[in-house]
Design a protein around this ligand. Structure first.
Ligand code: UT7
Length: 323
């Protein structure tokens, strides 16, 4: 018997305020047409004043617990992937723990920017297969609207706020690729590329800072590295693109998503796409896509999924899981 980290529940939360591309036409030298054709984004959600990343995360966690039919008494740990925690410390995860009224277990954040959810899944998987936790809430939550430079048309039109959550549970499998749960993970980073996507502020500089991105460079790395990491993760368990039912990619740019699917030999009918409605929500984009994909009937029990993401660092990776 092999212990697997199986998805028991999934949920998401999006802030109420929806901002269409056309709103940016009022303040920036941009057009709905440019944003749509270059990124695939049509709208995004922005958090209300005073609404924080942990607020979004708590709402998503509650939805995942409800989907799983579980309560916080059943949860041993909370892992939050975020680059936009409410405060420098404590972690967003402990704030979520408090927000859920949970007084036992342990909670911590993972910071790998847009690859954060993939990193969080890999960490939670390791905790579960090593017997350190039975059920873990794995959450991706972001308020990137707080780190936008609203005068920069090359970045401010791309990002949005939101949160998604999975409840992972230890279940016994046969140790084969037919098992439900996480089957393999592949994590990578290369700090030589730290200057092509970063925030120009932080604790040591005593400013919050704004997101800065050399979009074309990041694009080039994404197109090269995402299919590669997905193939590596599949290879580890003797699978390839043909075995995949759904790619659930980080939702940064529809052109990157299409190019990765093409490299993996999969048609767009087998890709969960939410970028048009959410924009780039960084670490929240994959759990949001998983939740929406399940809700709209695309993802079904037993389906083989590959998630992949790349972000600041650069950090990138992939997870293969059977739903
Ligand atoms: O989630 C983390 C990972 N992030 C990503 O994966 C993002 C990767 N990068 C991208 O998605 C794309 O590079 C962008 C969507 C950011 C940009 O698309 P692009 O096709 O690479 O455009 P570009 O940066 O080469 O810009 C083309 C032109 C430029 O004008 P010139 O120099 O050709 O005259 C830009 O100044 O488009 C201009 N431009 C805009 N025009 C209208 C840039 N932003 C805008 C804008 N509206 N918002």
């Amino acid at each position: 018997m092999t212990t697997r980290a199986v998805v028991r529940g999934v949920g998401h939360y999006l802030p109420e305020r929806v901002v269409e591309n056309s709103e940016f036409e009022k303040s920036l030298d941009t057009t709905n047409e440019w944003i749509r054709s270059r990124s695939g984004i049509e709208r995004r959600h922005f958090a209300a004043d005073g609404e924080t990343t942990s607020d979004l995360a708590v709402a998503a966690a509650k939805a995942a617990l409800e989907d799983a039919g579980c309560s916080t008494d059943d949860v041993d740990a909370i892992v939050v992937a975020t680059s936009t925690a409410d405060l420098t410390f404590p972690s967003a995860a402990t704030m979520v723990q408090n927000g859920l009224g949970m007084t036992r277990g342990f909670a911590f954040d993972v910071q790998a920017v847009c690859a954060g959810f993939v990193y969080a899944l890999a960490n939670a998987n390791a905790l579960i297969v090593s017997g350190q936790a039975k059920r873990i809430l794995v959450i991706g939550a972001e308020t990137f609207s707080r780190i936008m430079d609203w005068s920069d048309r090359t970045t401010s039109v791309l990002f949005g706020d939101g949160a998604g959550a999975l409840l992972l549970e230890a279940q016994e499998g046969d140790g084969t690729i037919d098992d439900r749960g996480i089957l393999s993970t592949d994590l990578n980073s290369d700090g030589r590329h730290k200057d092509i996507l970063y925030v120009d502020g932080g604790v040591s500089t005593q400013t919050t800072g704004h997101l800065r991105m050399q979009g074309k460079e990041v694009f080039r790395h994404a197109v090269e590295k995402l299919a590669q990491t997905a193939h590596t993760a599949l290879d580890k368990v003797g699978l390839d693109g043909d075995d995949v039912d759904w790619i659930v990619p980080h939702q940064a740019n529809l052109r990157i998503i299409k190019s990765t699917a093409q490299k993996m030999g999969l048609p767009m009918e087998r890709v969960v796409v939410t970028v048009q409605d959410h924009g780039n929500t960084s670490a929240a984009s994959i759990p949001l896509a998983l939740s929406v994909g399940k809700q709209n009937g695309q993802i079904k029990p037993g389906d083989l999924l590959v998630t992949e993401a790349i972000g600041g660092g650069l950090a990138w990776g992939a997870v293969v899981l059977r739903w």
